[in-house]
Ligand binder design. Structure first.
Ligand code: 5GP
Ligand code: ZN
Length: 152
């Protein structure tokens, strides 16, 4: 994900003292708000992958996916669908990527859980990630078994 260096420095300076998204939701920092219903807020990303790139966030501070209360799931899904459709309509996009970065290893810069909605256009040239093959079918099945065991 492309993030301008001044945005990164803004994020880094607030992570240690405060949460930038909590401050945006509280109205202390201006944002291009597009949705505010119940426990969910959405605004435009300041450094969009494509214009209209939106962030959907719980109003209460939760750091990652794993901290989100399951009860918020319905409201979040409604927000993702409503905002996602509106972003597509307003930008003329014919596709939409929904993404979430959790923890630094996955590129999470702001430690307030958020979903990225990125409007897509045919031929816009954005490549999200590179895929690879497993060493073997057995290798793939072994990992599937390990994940099933972790689920319990
Ligand atoms: P992450 O890498 O944590 O998933 O993404 C954080 C996103 O927040 C980035 O895409 C970045 O551009 C966006 N962002 C960081 N600071 C601000 C800000 O002050 N205002 C807005 N609107 N977006 C921000
Ligand atoms: Zn927060």
């Amino acid at each position: 994900m492309i993030v301008h260096s001044w945005v990164v420095s803004t994020v880094e300076s607030t992570v240690s003292q405060d949460c930038i998204f909590c401050r945006i939701i509280a109205g202390e920092i201006p944002s291009a708000k597009i949705y505010d219903h119940g426990g969910v807020y959405a605004f435009l990303d300041i450094a969009p992958v494509n214009k209209g790139h939106a962030l959907v966030v719980p109003k209460k501070h939760h750091a990652t996916l794993f901290d989100l209360p399951p009860d918020l799931g319905r409201e979040l899904l409604v927000a993702l669908k409503t905002v996602g459709q509106a972003v597509m309509t307003a930008t003329g996009a014919t596709g939409l990527n929904v993404g979430m970065n959790n923890f630094e290893a996955a590129g999470q810069l702001v430690h307030h859980a958020h979903f990225h909605l990125v409007p897509r256009h045919v031929g816009d040239g954005l490549t999200l990630w590179t895929q690879h093959a497993y060493d073997s079918v057995e290798d793939m099945q072994k990992l599937a078994q390990a994940i099933r065991s972790a689920i319990g």
